[in-house]
Design a protein around this ligand. Structure first.
Ligand SMILES: C[S@@+](CC[C@H](N)C(=O)[O-])C[C@H]1O[C@@H](n2cnc3c(N)ncnc32)[C@H](O)[C@@H]1O
Length: 342
């Protein structure tokens, strides 16, 4: 088989790789090896998998690069560490979410294309976040994964680069408060508001309290960003929200924030951005974009696309600050143009 066919063969079996990683993760193989290398007998005993079957499961996992043999024992590689539950950038929650929820949406992509619909609509009779309101526990893995990535995003350099010190910060769709807490810790005089659906309230209050952010500095407001204009604040945060929605829905959210913003207010949008030039190196971003479409009808955007959205809401980009390889803080302010002039 030539190399191209080999590559395609691997891709057509990609789903099986996913299930293999999930099954071995679920059986506790990576978490067990995190405690130290094990013989196949020790691993078989710890994970309750028959020894000969375990050997067969381990072979492709080693070929993927998640495990290696060390002094006659099986050991985790750096890549395998990522599949453990308690590593810093763990993908275990993402793996679980993909297997239990997201693959079902992706599997409807052909039907969605045939019907001019969105994949999740083929399966659910409601949107992703409405489904969460109905059956919250089903989305625990997803929420855990999102929280891990919000907790781990390092905003220190960005915060240090800022010159304006806000006294009120309002995080729209702030979830469990993992992003606003970074701001409130950095600005000890500032007060904060998280606005989100009622499902987020308990986790958010617990999280802020556990960080020592007292009730006099923080409140949670149950609010729907499609229906309500937020209160006036000096600084607004919109983190990983716009990529959940199509352009029309984003327009409503941004219009509401624009209406609340005073002349001196600033909006910080934290999002990934698709690079302008098409390049195979950005494969992950292109897939992420389709992932958003499949799961909730959203999209990843280029800078130009963001610019267009903000302009329609009477807002403009002031600065863009990279915080990871692909994620940015986009600083936005009110455009002095009146709506009618656009
Ligand atoms: C991907 S999470 C982002 C959470 C947080 N901003 C962060 O970066 O960690 C999306 C958030 O949007 C919230 N959300 C979804 N629909 C909403 C609505 N109609 N009104 C307010 N919040 C909503 C969800 O409850 C969830 O907390």
């Amino acid at each position: 088989m030539n190399i191209q066919s080999q590559l395609l063969m691997n891709m057509t079996q990609g789903m099986f790789h996913l299930y293999l990683l999930y099954a071995t993760q679920n059986a506790g193989i990576y978490n067990t090896l995190q405690q130290g290398p094990k013989t196949i007998e020790q691993l078989s005993q710890a994970c309750h998998i028959e020894k000969n079957l375990l050997k067969r499961l381990v072979r492709p996992v080693m070929a993927i690069g998640c495990m290696e043999e060390r002094d006659g024992k099986l050991a985790l590689t750096e890549m395998g560490e990522v599949l453990c539950d308690n590593t810093k950038d763990s993908l275990a929650g993402f793996l679980r979410f993909n297997v239990k929820i997201a693959t079902a949406y992706w599997s409807k992509m052909d039907a969605a294309l045939a019907h001019g619909a969105m994949p999740f609509e083929e399966l659910e009779k409601q949107g992703f976040f409405d489904a969460q309101m109905e059956e919250h526990a089903k989305f625990d893995d997803f929420n855990e994964m999102m929280r891990d990535s919000s907790k781990n995003i390092d905003l220190t350099d960005y915060l240090q680069s800022r010159t304006k010190v806000p006294d009120t910060i309002c995080d729209i769709g702030g979830g469990a408060g993992d992003i606003i807490s970074k701001f409130l810790e950095f600005y000890p005089e500032a007060k904060g508001i998280v606005r989100d659906l009622s499902v987020a309230e308990e986790a958010c209050k617990e999280n802020l309290a556990s960080r020592g952010i007292t009730k006099d500095r923080f409140q949670f407001q149950v609010a729907d960003f499609f229906r309500e204009v937020p209160p006036e604040a000096e600084l607004y945060i919109l983190s990983r929200i716009l990529h959940d929605w199509d352009d029309e829905k984003c327009q409503i959210i941004l219009d509401h924030i624009g209406q609340a913003m005073g002349e001196q207010s600033q909006l910080l949008v934290i999002e990934k951005m698709i690079p302008k030039e098409m390049d195979a190196r950005h494969m992950h971003m292109y897939m992420n974009d389709l992932y958003m479409w499949a799961v909730c009808g959203g999209k990843e955007r280029t800078e130009e696309e963001f610019d267009g959205l903000f302009a329609k809401a009477g807002l403009k980009i002031k600065d863009i600050y990279p915080v990871t390889d692909e994620e940015y803080v986009i600083e936005i302010e009110k455009d002095n143009l009146e709506y009618g002039e656009l």
